[in-house]
Design a protein around this ligand. Structure first.
Ligand SMILES: Nc1nc2c(c(=O)[nH]1)N[C@H]1C(S)=C(S)[C@@H](COP(=O)(O)OP(=O)(O)OC[C@H]3O[C@@H](n4cnc5c(=O)[nH]c(N)nc54)[C@H](O)[C@@H]3O)O[C@H]1N2
Ligand SMILES: Nc1nc2c(c(=O)[nH]1)N[C@H]1C(S)=C(S)[C@@H](COP(=O)(O)OP(=O)(O)OC[C@H]3O[C@@H](n4cnc5c(=O)[nH]c(N)nc54)[C@H](O)[C@@H]3O)O[C@H]1N2
Ligand code: SF4
Ligand SMILES: [Mo]
Length: 740
């Protein structure tokens, strides 16, 4: 008997609805859910590959433990907990709690269990040594938003379905399916934008697939977006085009921004950015003249040397043109659960403090409770007080996804203890002493707690498990790990711990005068959400504490999701800055403009720089073992402009050597004018030929690892975020082997 289940795809930020056909617990097929209120049947090849992941023979079904012979081998849970219990508390005891580090990876942001219980683990460890994929990703944006609007996820989201003008920098949603902008079917949404007479302008060193469908594409010299954006600000002021409208009364620092933009005239930034001054002026005028407009920047603007400045300026432009918080502009989502900017008192909050601590070796700044991933390897490798001795990775692959992979791998290999909560033996976890596996996505419930805070519509969708679990749920393992780290035996029954977690959430809400749960009796509330446990119980409580009068039962009754309507203006209520106002010129950001001025006066030399590119059939470093995605042409090539190829003696289809201070690799050249002169491009997340990894399919299409070339010394000053775009490299042909 076949049955049908409806699930939200857990792989990227688009949250597409999937229709999964099963026979017993076997997946027959996966297609788009036509009735999904948000994605309406859209899906990409990765969604279909959920079947491959569920069936993947390399996906771990048992814990892996390193034996006395030094080899990782399947083991019982008892053996896994025994080894961790023997070694983890002892390391914290002898070397201090900060000697145990945590690295939290990207899938943890998509998984309800990891999102809610990863925090519990970190708290139990009591360590300050917390690293995550956020500092190889969007930390600059989170910092800019925290300083301007009062909360890191108060990210203005382009109202793509209504805007008449979208200026997009460093993003390629046609391949990535959108980021910090949850919007299934961006292709359809961008098409609709143009069909209603709107304009799409793309700024990217490459003619990406998104640039191909845009009205205009401006190739930009990597790492110079902040200069371009400040020049747009300059033009708005110089030509009297600023029109913040109702925002003027809510905003501090407009005059300071005008002054900061002074030196950045179009003529001054043109030679640095590679975009002609008249094109910059026109860009600014059209942005100002549009009936509605949104400026949006993503990975290309955050993982670069001026990431925080570029991220800030995106929203400075949204404010100055009056487009922030208005339909068709850049708006704040009102999520159903867990959103910081809808709890506490409307319009006021606590100050965001940066750099409360610094990393031991290089002094990189802490932000939002985390240290930069670019400093992880050196914190493990450098001896002395405070050295990292043990690491727990939760859904992360730092050996492929963070800078200077060669050094990272050395560091991981040198740890006293590495514990990985993961589904594979891959480039990172092959160094582990213990790997704790988690169930397939189909075996657990799913709700996009983070991504629904960033969606282009207000929506909710909950997916219960559709297949009986064959492994302890991820939250159960995380609670047990928390107990073991604290020196206790792994508890069979985690309910006493879980009840504490739920109780703490209730206490917080009951004590918040603005929460719908204010003053409620904790025991009565707990009884109301019986018999739910784990993330489902927390989610039910968070929904009840949210702004929509929803419970988890309401979501369960709506397998295709509930549409809560288009984005609506939320200011000033959604602000959480101490002043209750938009801070357009926050001090830490203003201070960094001097660095940008210096770069304007003395631009970097014109050598080759490396940028990344995402591919539709890939997802960072971990979906390359799925046959459906791995088949097809080798996409892991180095894109080189024809003029550079000719100058350097590189030929299409031939190997080249790429090197710089961090490392070197050999890769096949693809000559294409899709990249601008002076820029080469290589996708990240590949390089699956590492010995000891158990990824049968991926190893056969291994590709090369771009992060061998990412110099961990290059970071954005304010956030410590790694520079993964605009990395200086030298490229040379690989001489043909001389016959003996
Ligand atoms: N050069 C370059 N480097 C980049 C980027 C770039 O653009 N260029 N992008 C950066 C970005 S944006 C990001 S987000 C990071 C990602 O960095 P990471 O999160 O460190 O890397 P991923 O490749 O996402 O690895 C995910 C890991 O989680 C495991 N996993 C998958 N599903 C689950 C699950 O449900 N539970 C658990 N416990 N584990 C699971 C996988 O096996 C894998 O080990 O990479 C960054 N690195
Ligand atoms: N298929 C697929 N989808 C994904 C992922 C994936 O790996 N594969 N990863 C997911 C994750 S974790 C994230 S964070 C998102 C990222 O989502 P996006 O930000 O949309 O990611 P990219 O497709 O890498 O687009 C970045 C673009 O920035 C350009 N760029 C590079 N340097 C610069 C620069 O200095 N300035 C400007 N203006 N542009 C520059 C690149 O050429 C590239 O076209 O995608 C998510 N979705
Ligand atoms: S676009 Fe993203 S959410 Fe949609 S099916 Fe593809 S991977 Fe899944
Ligand atoms: Mo990311």
């Amino acid at each position: 008997m076949e049955r049908t289940a409806f699930r939200t795809c857990p792989f990227c930020e688009a949250t597409c609805g999937l229709e999964v056909t099963l026979r017993g617990d076997e997946v027959v097929k996966v297609r788009g859910d036509d009735a999904d209120v948000f994605s309406r049947g859209f899906l990409c090849p990765k969604g279909v590959a959920l079947k491959d992941l569920h069936e993947d023979r390399d996906r771990l079904r048992r814990p892996m433990v390193r034996g006395p012979d030094g080899e990782l081998a399947p083991a019982s849970w008892e053996q896994a907990w025994a080894l961790i219990g023997e070694r983890l508390p002892a390391i914290a005891e002898v070397h201090g709690r900060d000697a145990v580090g945590v690295y939290v990876g990207n899938p943890a942001a998509h998984g309800l269990a990891a999102l809610l219980y990863g925090r519990v683990l970190i708290k139990a460890l009591g360590t300050h040594s917390v690293f995550s994929a956020s500092t190889v990703d969007q930390r600059p944006k989170e910092i800019a938003c925290a300083l301007m609007f009062g909360a890191p996820l108060s990210v203005p989201i382009p109202d793509v379905d209504r805007t008449m003008h979208l200026l997009m920098l460093g993003a390629n949603p046609m391949a990535s399916n959108g980021s910090l902008m949850t919007a299934p079917d961006m292709r359809g949404r961008l098409k609709a934008l143009r069909a209603r007479g709107g304009k799409l302008v793309v700024v990217d060193p490459r003619r990406s697939r998104t640039a191909e469908v845009a009205d205009e594409h401006h190739p930009i010299r990597p790492g110079t977006d902040a200069q371009l954006l400040l020049a747009l600000v300059h033009v708005l002021f110089a030509e009297g085009l600023t029109a913040p409208g109702r925002l003027a009364a809510l905003t501090d620092g407009i005059a300071a921004v005008e002054e900061l933009a002074q030196p950045f005239s179009p003529a001054a930034v043109a030679p640095v950015t590679g975009i002609p001054a008249d094109a910059i002026r026109r860009m600014a005028r059209e942005l100002a003249a549009a009936e509605s407009a949104a400026v949006y920047g993503r990975i290309g603007t955050t993982t670069q040397a001026f990431g925080t400045l570029a991220s800030w300026l995106v929203d400075v432009l949204n404010v100055l043109t009056g487009n922030l918080d208005r339909p068709g502009g850049a708006m704040f989502t009102r999520a159903a659960a867990g959103q910081r900017n809808s709890s506490g008192a409307p319009g006021r909050g606590r100050a965001t403090q940066l750099a409360r601590r610094r990393t031991r070796v290089r002094g990189l700044p802490e932000s939002l409770g985390e240290l930069p991933a670019a400093a992880l390897a050196e914190e493990i490798e450098t001896p002395g007080e405070g050295q990292l001795r043990a690491l727990i990775t939760l859904a992360g692959n730092p050996a492929r996804s963070t800078p200077n992979s060669a050094r990272m791998e050395r560091a991981l290999a040198g740890l006293d203890l590495l514990v990985s909560v993961d589904i594979y033996v891959n480039e990172t976890t092959r160094h582990a002493d213990v790997i704790l596996p988690v169930p397939s996505p189909l075996e657990r419930s799913h709700y996009d707690l983070a991504l629904y805070q960033l969606a282009v519509r207000n929506v909710v969708n909950f997916s219960p498990p559709v297949v009986a679990p064959t492994l302890p749920d991820e939250w159960v393992t995380l609670l047990r790990l928390a107990a073991v780290a604290a020196g206790q035996p792994a508890p069979d029954d985690v309910e006493p711990f879980d009840r504490l977690v739920a109780g703490e959430l209730i206490r917080r809400e009951a004590g918040d005068a603005h929460s719908p749960l204010h003053g409620r009796d904790p025991d009565a509330l707990l009884a109301e959400v019986e018999p739910r446990r784990g993330p489902d119980r927390l989610l039910d409580l968070l929904l009840r504490a949210g702004p929509y009068d929803l419970t988890l039962a309401d979501l369960e009754a709506a397998p295709h999701g509930i549409d809560l309507g288009p984005l609506a203006p939320r200011l000033p209520g959604a602000l959480r800055t101490p002043s209750g106002r938009i801070e357009l010129a926050p001090e830490p950001i203003v201070a960094d403009v001097a660095r940008l001025r210096a770069a304007l006066a003395a631009p970097a030399e014109g050598g080759l720089v490396l940028v990344g590119r995402r591919q539709l059939r890939s997802n960072n470093s971990w979906m390359h073992n799925l046959p459906r995605l791995a088949s097809g042409p080798d996409g892991c090539t180095l894109h080189v402009h024809p003029d550079d190829a000719a100058r350097l003696g590189l030929s299409d289809g031939e190997p080249a050597r790429v090197r710089n201070r961090a490392g070197e690799l050999e890769v096949t050249v693809e000559v294409t004018d899709a990249v601008m002169r002076g820029v080469v491009s290589l996708p990240h997340g590949w390089g699956h030929d590492a010995p000891g990894a158990r990824l049968g399919v991926a190893a056969a299409h291994s590709g090369v690892n771009a992060n061998v070339l990412a110099d961990e010394g290059l970071v954005d000053a304010v956030s410590g975020n790694a520079v993964l775009n605009g990395i200086p490299v030298a490229v040379a042909p690989v001489p043909a082997a001389v016959p003996a």
